[in-house]
Design a protein around this ligand. Structure first.
Ligand code: HEC
Length: 174
């Protein structure tokens, strides 16, 4: 937008050609009104993404919805339909020395891990660390991994969620 004072020049030219006899100040007023409308539209756009955020959380309701679908497809067989775990004690090793799939619903220790660590756990799995969790980095995009994390975090109550935030929470650009 041209904020140059010479804009007034064109205003005066328009005025001279106009039979209605609108003065230059009127043109300037209309320009200012236009600027105000334009400015507030921009400010509205900036606020837009936050409007869809789940209050107090980093993710949107759309991410939770997408995550629920992906979780059911890729994770629920091991971690339970609502991320409640596979039953039994997740701290108790299995006969082969590995651990069962833990709950991700806030009742185990997934909340000890910041977002970047959770992203890595899902992308690389636990096999490189001697565990059983398969890697998903080739099957799921970065956005889809964030969505499944959003889904299981949506099972966390506010107390667990703020404990997670105190331990680092969202430690990456979002
Ligand atoms: C084949 C079973 C299996 C599937 C499928 C699976 N996991 Fe796991 N997951 C595990 C096991 C077992 C562990 C414990 C660590 C290990 O053995 O690798 C684990 C650990 C994790 C952890 C670390 C939890 C913690 O408290 O440190 C996260 C996060 C996780 N899984 C998320 C997911 C997500 C999200 C999906 C789906 C995209 C998924 N898992 C699919 C078996 C699975």
């Amino acid at each position: 937008m041209n904020l140059d004072p010479s804009v007034g020049e064109s205003g005066r030219l328009a005025d001279a050609a106009s039979p209605s006899g609108l003065g230059a100040p009127a043109v300037r007023h209309r320009l200012i009104a236009l600027l105000l409308v334009f400015g507030s539209t921009l400010a509205g756009c900036e606020r837009q993404p936050d409007a869809t955020k789940v209050p107090g959380r980093w993710y949107t309701t759309a991410e939770v919805g997408e995550g629920a679908r992906l979780f059911a497809e890729h994770c629920a067989a091991c971690h339970g339909a609502k991320a409640e775990g596979s039953g039994g004690d997740w701290r108790q090793t299995l006969p082969d020395g590995s651990y069962p799939p833990p709950p991700l619903n806030g009742s185990a220790h997934a909340w000890h891990h910041t977002l970047s660590v959770l992203r890595r756990s899902v992308a690389y799995g636990g096999i490189p660390l001697g565990g059983k969790m398969p890697p998903f980095g080739d099957n799921l995009s970065a956005e889809q991994i964030d969505a499944v994390i959003a889904y299981f975090q949506s099972q966390w109550d506010d107390k667990i969620y703020s404990a997670w935030e105190r331990r680092g929470g969202v430690d990456v650009e979002r």
